[in-house]
Every structure is written in C-alpha cells, then in structure tokens.
Design a protein. Structure first.
Length: 184
C-alpha cells in the first residue's frame, strides 16, 4: 500500500507534561507496543522491517523523506508479511543490516493524526505525528497547518524538531556516516 504522510518528529523532555496535554485534547489512547525496526542498507530511501512484540506479522516499510527539522512529506510503501522471522531472513539475503532500533511506542490518535510517543533505546524520548493525506497541494498545506497547530497545543517548539530518523540518529551517535538518500 502506498501512503503519503505529512509528519514530524520532535524530542520530548517531560513525558508526563506531554501526556497531560494529550489528555486535555481528548487524544484516544491506542496502546503500548515494543517494536524492533531493522534497517537495511539500500541505494535510495530507507528500508526496514518492523517487528512488534506478540504479533505474528511484521511490516516491511520503504520510505523517502527529506532530512529537515520541520513538518515534511514522507512517501511510504508498506506491506504486511508473515511470519516475521522468514521475511527478515529473506530481506537479509538481499541487503545487509544497517542498524536496529529498539523502542517502546505508545500510540494516541487525535482526529486523523497518529501520535507516537517513543522511548528509543540509546536516544531518549520523542514524539512523532503522522497524518495521511492526498497528494494535492491544498490537502498537503491543510495537513501541515493542522500539525503546526497541534505543535502549539502540545508545547512543541521549533528547536525540539528532529530532522533524522532514529536509525540515522543511532548511526550518528555511534560515529557511523549515514548512507540515507533523501527525497526532497
């Protein structure tokens, strides 16, 4: 399935304060999930397999997006696969592993926006907003505006925004050079 998302990622300093603000906006709590994202080295974009604890399927996700600390477009191709171990083994036959991201993700929903509160091993706490949208200028602009308003309501400042993926942040932290090719 192909998806166009308008998204952002930001660092969170006070999780309890952030959750209080979410509750004031009547965010629907979906649940808490332990996820392992294995990123593979590919010539363009990013390719990962996401395994979620206690789930008998996984998601293979290919995406392209710019590395900018702002609200941005992300082009995603996603498929569900099972069993996860076999899919991961198959991908490993074609691509070498770049990095593994281990995180605890809490998911909330406000309207059509998915809000991910992520505790990422080795990096800290982040929030991601994801809003699916049609590839039309007016809808993209409306979606960006909606996310900007959510930032204000949830106390996210411009300096909190993060440009890089968790994989790129972990690679940077370990001193590796990122090989990600971005789509602007």
């Amino acid at each position: 399935m192909e998806i166009l998302l308008i998204e952002l990622k930001a660092r969170i300093n006070n999780v309890n304060d952030f959750k209080k603000r979410l509750s004031l906006l009547d965010a629907k709590y979906v649940g808490k999930f332990h996820q392992i994202d294995t990123y593979f080295k590919v010539p363009q974009g990013r390719l990962k397999i996401r395994e979620t604890e206690n789930k008998n399927s996984a998601e293979v996700v290919f995406y392209k997006r710019p590395n900018v600390p702002d609200i941005k477009k992300s082009h995603i191709l996603l498929i569900q696969v099972q069993p996860p171990e076999t899919a991961k083994e198959l991908l490993s036959k074609f691509f070498s592993t770049k990095i593994v991201v281990d995180k605890i993700r809490e998911i909330f929903i406000i309207g059509e926006t998915r809000i991910h509160l992520d505790e990422v091993a080795g990096l800290g706490t982040f929030v991601e907003f994801e809003l699916p949208t049609a590839n039309k200028v007016e809808e993209i602009n409306n979606s960006k505006s909606l996310l900007a308003n959510l930032c204000v309501k949830l106390g996210i400042k411009k300096e909190d925004l993060e440009a890089l993926s968790y994989a790129d942040l972990l690679a940077k932290k370990s001193g590796e050079v990122s090989e990600s090719v971005v789509d602007t």
